[in-house]
Design a protein around this ligand. Sequence first.
Ligand SMILES: [Zn+2]
Length: 138
Amino acid sequence: MTAILRAIQTPAIQCEAFLFNTARDAGVNLARLAAENDLTLLEYFLTDAAGHKANPANTARILAEADELIGGARDASNLANTLIVITSDHGNVEDATTRSHTRNPVPTILIGAQRERIASRIHALTDLAPALADLLAR
Ligand SMILES: [Zn+2]
C-alpha cells in the first residue's frame, strides 16, 4: 500500500509531498511535521475520490488506509501538546448510492490537547477556523 502525504506548514508556508510504503508511516511523518510547526494541514483527498467512484470495496480500502494514517499520527504525537482535528467540508464517501457530494452532517473528531475546549465551540464548519486561531494565539 502506498500513501501520499501533502502537508502545508506554518509559519514559513511550505508544501511537502512524500511517498510512503504504508499509510501508518505517512501518519508518523505527519506527527513529525506537526511537532515542528504551530499548524500542520493534511488534505486527505482519497476519501473524496473514493466517494465519487461509489465503489464500496474501494471505499472500504481507502477508509482503512485513512484509519491507519490517523492511527500512525495519533500514536506518534505528543497528545499533551498536540491537537489532531479530523473533519471534512462535505460528505460523499458515506453514501455509495451517489457519486456526488452530499449535504449530510460530517463529524469533527478531536484528539489530544485542548480537545474539550475546542469541541465546545464547534457547532458548524465555520466555527473551526476561529477556534483554532484562538488556540494558536495562546
Ligand atoms: Zn469531491
